[in-house]
Write a protein that binds this ligand. Sequence first.
Ligand SMILES: Nc1nc2c(c(CN[C@H]3C=C[C@H](O)[C@@H]3O)cn2[C@@H]2O[C@H](COP(=O)(O)O)[C@@H](O)[C@H]2O)c(=O)[nH]1
Length: 360
Amino acid sequence: MTTRLPSSPNQDNSAFVTPLKVAISPKRFSGTSDIRSGAKELSLSSSWVTINEAHLNSYSDRLLQYAIDYDKELDPRFWILSDPIASFAFVIVVDYLNFGSGYFEDLQKNSTGSGYLTFAQGLTSYFVEHYPFKPSHLTNITSDQMTEILQQRDPSPQVSILIDLLVKAVNELGMYLEGNFADSFVEFAKYLNRDVDDCLKTLIELPALADYYEINEIAFYPLKKAQIILSDLDMIWRFHHKNLDVAQIPFCISGIHKLTAFADNSLPHVLRVEKVLEYDPALESHIQLGGRLEYSSWAEVEIRAATIQSVEMIHAKLLGDGITLYPNQIDAAIWTSKHDPLLSGKYRLSLSHKCKSIFY
Ligand SMILES: Nc1nc2c(c(CN[C@H]3C=C[C@H](O)[C@@H]3O)cn2[C@@H]2O[C@H](COP(=O)(O)O)[C@@H](O)[C@H]2O)c(=O)[nH]1
């Protein structure tokens, strides 16, 4: 039983640096409703992060301009669009490896200034050069190749640690697909031709997607990358379905509207700058002084739980105004707004929280 830490900050910053996760069996997970209920329960009893509903309502209206239709937004610099299975394979790899934000501070980024887009651009080049290949090809990707994919020259010690984590992750992804899906992206695609809840029950078996645990006897399932994989597969399906019929696209994820926000460092940063999330002053100064948050420390949990809960509230508020925008679409709009040149200045004036994990 984890006792709650004092809400008033004190010299002891254990709420920032003490991991509190208790491992639980993946068998307990029943689907996206578990993600919502855990996040809601944790955000209601939160002491480091609060949700300002008035600011949330006004921000919801401002956000609408970023609710882009991804179908026409896929940029071939950052996506493999040649055929449905090539796109499927690319999404599985890019999103499985979509982590390392806690190591990004000295990452050399491309002109977008985005760590993710720097990686996605490098992986696109890798696919253009090497694909088609079977999943087992991933088990042979080396540190030098990953350094090139990440577009790094002479990586810092921090980035070198990230590169080693990325190599370990991509090698295990290849081994998993080789062993469980006959070394075939098509077989995996056919398997994911089902509801998001069933897809997630399988995806959380993969180590770098096992972003769930119990804290204070509450089961918390942020599952950021497992969910973004499904959201991106839906986007890719819609892209190819413009020119192909259903039979030509082996995967079709149903129930996308049930996904929640993808809780990481990016979304809470935007929500905090927009004053939707309010952090305890001690937490705020810890983050702005470059202090890190341990994965599953109280502060890190409350930030991610409040992020999921805030997006649920934005979804409900817009629905009340007669506007249907699902949490995965709200997530994309928030993330996209962060990279709007007209706005990104204000998001660059402060730091997002940094958490070294393989989950975001
Ligand atoms: N919540 C959420 N977090 C997202 C994304 C993306 C990009 N994906 C979308 C892009 C096109 C497709 O539509 C993909 O869906 C990256 N990140 C996270 O940002 C962090 C890096 O930040 P920066 O250094 O600024 O790139 C890192 O934790 C990374 O995991 C998202 O969409 N939602």
